[in-house]
Design a protein around this ligand. Structure first.
Ligand code: PMV
Length: 369
């Protein structure tokens, strides 16, 4: 890990800092970490086998996190959506390494109270780890007074959740694979701001029953160990990032759509090729794919493109001029409970005190509305 310069005025003890970060959807996906060896010194660094490229959602799909470092605290505390979370749980522990890393950089042992609220609509099925880890990293770095550039912070957020490093930025974001074994060059960078392509629209299909079968962390490990197609996928994904960057530069929707659909299906093919197979898509997902393919065939051009992460909900890309047509086709699908239309959003930012989730006087969590 690179050395950080603490050029800040220092830790703001007993002062609450609140930050917001939005979730993101990868058009070229990350599925698989590098294994220990030449280009990875530690698996917990979350170093990806391939680069990826995403769009940051609007505030509709986001997390707000307040944090306070205090001498009055004997241990870290975490409240999520008004519930106290056990920090002893393995998955939470792995994510909270982010706090220890930042504390190490700041040279402090102070404990923190963290209060988060996820604004990810129920049943959207979208994991909140990207927005959650980005908001936590950003808020904690500010509270610790670390004068660290956002791209460097993405190195820390990545450790909590790979996709979180992309959520520190708004708009169109690339996460470079990097080559260094300590991960210092595996960071996210913004390609274009959120207003770059105003005609581009996103639609999220929220399914009635979006059960998740296996965590992405465990799934990726399994794929790297057992899939024979995986090697091919790594090469393909890297090519897709380059092709997608060119298509985005030209704002060529058909090319963007084609690459997006191919990439998601390639990732799900590798998941199916894993032992035991990982199946995130269900009948409604497959019907959605068929609906979009049929619409594109009928129109004789790509009017919409689908992409699926580690779950059955689609994110559909389309352009303003075709939006109504695409919505009409999606409304006919049984099993979709809601169509959410998020904007393309900003990167992580600090919010003002009025949005704090922690009482500034008592330092206790404020109850939700
Ligand atoms: O953020 P993680 O480490 O849980 O991995 C996310 C992986 C996918 O969402 C499936 C793809 C991606 O690049 O976001």
């Amino acid at each position: 890990m690179m050395k950080y310069k603490n050029s800040s005025p220092g830790i703001v003890v007993d002062r609450v800092i609140t930050a917001q970060a939005n979730s993101n959807i990868a058009l070229v996906k990350y599925w698989g970490k590098r294994s220990i060896g030449e280009d990875c010194s530690d698996e917990s660094l979350n170093l990806p086998a391939n680069s990826s490229l995403s769009i940051t959602f609007g505030d509709e799909l986001s997390t707000i996190t307040s944090i306070v470092f205090s001498e009055k605290l004997n241990e870290d505390e975490f409240y999520l959506n008004d519930k106290k979370i056990d920090l002893g749980e393995k998955e939470i522990q792995e994510r909270f390494i982010v706090l220890s890393k930042l504390r190490g950089i700041a040279g402090t042992k102070l404990r923190a109270r963290v209060v988060s609220r996820n604004f990810v609509p129920t049943a959207s099925g979208f994991g909140s780890s990207a927005s959650g880890m980005a908001a936590l990293t950003f808020a904690a770095a500010k509270a610790l007074g670390l004068g660290v550039e956002t791209s460097r912070l993405s190195e820390i957020a990545r450790i909590g959740s790979g996709s979180a490093c992309r959520s520190l930025f708004g708009g169109f974001v690339e996460w470079k694979r990097g080559n260094e074994s300590d991960g210092r060059d595996s960071v996210a960078k913004q390609l274009y701001q959120e207003g770059y392509w105003p005609e581009l629209r996103l639609i999220v299909t929220a399914l009635e029953n979006p059960k998740k079968s296996i965590s992405s962390r465990a799934g990726m490990r399994q794929t790297a160990k057992t899939s024979r197609l995986y090697k091919e996928r790594i090469i393909g994904a890297e090519e897709n990032v380059e092709a997608l960057k060119a298509a985005l530069r030209e704002k060529d929707f058909e090319k963007v759509g084609e690459i997006t659909m191919q990439d998601t299906m390639m990732m799900h093919a590798v998941m199916l090729d894993t032992r035991p197979p990982i199946m995130y898509l269900n009948d409604v997902s497959r019907e959605t794919i068929n609906t979009i393919e049929e619409l594109n065939r009928k129109e004789g051009r790509i009017v919409a493109a689908y992409t699926y992460d580690a779950g059955p909900n689609a994110v559909i890309l389309t352009l303003d001029k075709d939006f109504d047509k695409v919505m009409e086709a999606l409304r006919k699908i049984n099993g979709i409970s809601k169509l959410i239309v998020p904007g393309i959003g900003r990167g992580a930012r600090v919010l003002d005190e009025s949005q704090s989730l922690i009482d500034p006087n008592t330092l206790l969590p404020l109850p939700g509305e």
